[in-house]
Design a protein. Structure first.
Length: 319
């Protein structure tokens, strides 16, 4: 069936009827129209109508064919059954939102507006921002990476010096992206910047680990021989970025760099890409020639304080 402008206008009208709770007029429309497979927006309105009149047949149909719905429809249904059937509410939210790492800010805001605190508690460690600024009444912390087994296994197959890297990670408090510092002038090599940055870094950190590719070794010979510097040299045909990411994941330490490493994370399967990328950004400390940038003392994700289920014990980043 071809969809014309009249059908789109019908959807606008039915949306108004739903907002005004004129369900008898909604019923007449849905009874004479059955082209949800063709018309974008029909499924959402039909499902919301089913929720409004508690029609189990309509609701059950879309829960089985949940791919026809928008995320906000699923959220509205979770809100609808939150106080009457929380177990089902939690399962639907977990399966279709959290497990897919797909929560949108407008959906989060809808949960906050409806005081769905027990669902918000499921978002511990989730990177997302709300338009609502909630007061935080407890100290925030830095979160560790998760899905680390998958990340480590993926990268171990792409490098040859994993075991050697592990030996360098004891007692370090940051990782320095040496190649990024050497190329800080948009690709122009500046080896003198390494000495400048070493001074700046040691004002904030006690035991940095410098990671350089072997191609820089000759030009940094004097710096590399410094007994007070902890250094790891990567092989010529391997990405030093991989060693840097692994070092940060294994130790949860900061990375001194102006890079973002996003392109490397998207290659990995079976991980929460959003969390891993955002967590990595939390660990990055930018720099310029005179100083280091902000050192983030806590992870900018949803944080939960103990087991008290109320918004007083939930931190949600503010947009």
């Amino acid at each position: 069936m071809l969809i014309n402008e009249n059908h789109k206008m019908d959807l606008c009208i039915i949306n108004t009827f739903l907002s005004e709770q004129k369900y008898d007029k909604c019923k007449k429309y849905f009874d004479k129209n059955n082209f949800e497979l063709n018309l974008k927006g029909y499924a959402s309105l039909h499902f919301r109508y089913g929720i409004a009149i508690n029609d189990d047949n309509i609701i059950s149909y879309y829960l089985v064919n949940i791919n026809k719905l928008k995320q906000i429809d699923i959220i509205l249904y979770c809100i609808h059954i939150y106080n009457t059937d929380f177990d089902s509410c939690k399962n639907i939210f977990q399966k279709n939102i959290i497990n897919n790492h797909s929560l949108q800010s407008k959906s989060l805001d809808k949960l906050i507006e409806n005081n769905c605190d027990k669902l918000l508690f499921l978002l511990n460690g989730y990177y997302i921002k709300s338009k609502y600024k909630l007061e935080c009444n407890f100290p925030l912390k830095r979160y560790n990476f998760y899905d680390t087994d998958n990340i480590i296994e993926f990268y171990k197959n792409k490098i040859t010096m994993y075991d050697e890297l592990l030996l360098k990670l004891n007692n370090i408090d940051c990782i320095v992206d040496g190649g990024n510092i050497v190329h800080h002038k948009k690709g122009i090599i500046d080896y003198n910047m390494v000495n400048i940055m070493d001074i700046n870094i040691k004002k904030k950190f006690k035991n940095p680990l410098y990671i350089f590719n072997v191609r820089h070794k000759k030009k940094l010979n004097k710096f590399l021989k410094n007994s007070n510097v902890n250094i790891f040299i990567t092989p010529s045909k391997e990405y030093d970025d991989i060693y840097i990411i692994l070092a940060s994941i294994l130790t949860n330490n900061y990375i001194i760099t102006n890079d973002t490493f996003r392109d490397h994370i998207f290659m990995i399967k079976d991980i929460d890409e959003s969390f891993t990328i955002e967590k990595l950004q939390d660990n990055i400390v930018n720099y310029n020639k005179t100083k280091l940038g902000e050192i983030k003392k806590y992870s900018s994700c949803v944080q939960i304080n103990n087991n008290n289920i109320s918004q007083d014990f939930i931190y949600i980043p503010y947009s």
